[in-house]
Design a protein. Structure first.
Length: 231
């Protein structure tokens, strides 16, 4: 049989109407079945992942890690004064200063966490570091040639770092001691008390928690408002 004869015979062959109807009916049933399965799977996964799973995680967190699960809040005299995870700005010679922050317009804005996005060759960053270095030396009565810790003049990637280096804290100790009428050694004792070890014993370097240190100094002198950001 040649191709022409085959084509002619093929045109004469047609699918019976009953077979075509059954095929259409089968396709509709399959479509409805697949749609039903998809809808049920979506509802089941929605209940599981958007309801049951979050509730289980929340319950375990509240039962095992309640402080961390609620933001690691620091409470003083029944009032929340901050979080141990987020740094704060302080004003006045009486307080240890945190590292600079580029988060938000005024720094340390938890809703605007981020760095300055300025590269190492940016003239704006170079000028900022130079200005901060001069201001740091002036505030802490340091000689012009004194080396300044990097964390004292550069912002962290998040802009919310609550810690400073031990060297940074030690260079600020004399200023804080003088403003509070305390001995340098006494202030340094507080620095050592709030110096945290590297994470897991080897990640990073020892660091000082600024908020906890300032709160402790205020508590020692009987002050009610630890931050005094407006003074």
């Amino acid at each position: 049989m040649n191709a022409r004869t085959w084509l002619k015979e093929a045109k004469l062959v047609s699918i019976p109407a009953t077979v075509a109807k059954e095929t259409r009916g089968w396709s509709l049933v399959t479509l409805l079945h697949e749609a039903r399965v998809s809808i049920l799977a979506t509802l089941a996964l929605g209940v599981l992942l958007c309801g049951i799973y979050p509730l289980v995680v929340w319950g375990v967190a509240q039962g095992v890690f309640p402080r961390q699960a609620n933001g690691s809040l620091i409470v003083q005299n029944g009032r929340v004064v901050g979080s141990s995870l987020i740094g704060q700005a302080f004003k006045g010679d009486r307080y240890f200063q945190p590292r600079p922050s580029a988060a938000g317009n005024d720094g340390y804005d938890a809703t605007g966490s981020g760095g300055s996005n300025l590269g190492p060759l940016s003239q704006k960053l170079i000028d900022q570091v130079r200005e901060r270095t001069d201001a740091y030396r002036s505030e802490n009565n340091l000689p012009p040639d004194r080396e300044v810790p990097a964390d004292a003049v550069t912002a962290s990637g998040s802009g919310l770092d609550p810690h400073i280096s031990t060297r940074n804290a030690e260079l600020q100790a004399a200023r804080v001691a003088r403003a509070r009428g305390m001995a340098d050694d006494e202030v340094k004792k507080y620095i050592r008390q709030y110096t945290e070890s590297p994470q897991l014993g080897f990640l990073g370097e020892p660091r000082v928690h600024v908020l906890k240190l300032n709160l402790s100094l205020d508590a020692q002198q009987g002050e009610s408002d630890a931050r005094r950001q407006g003074s």
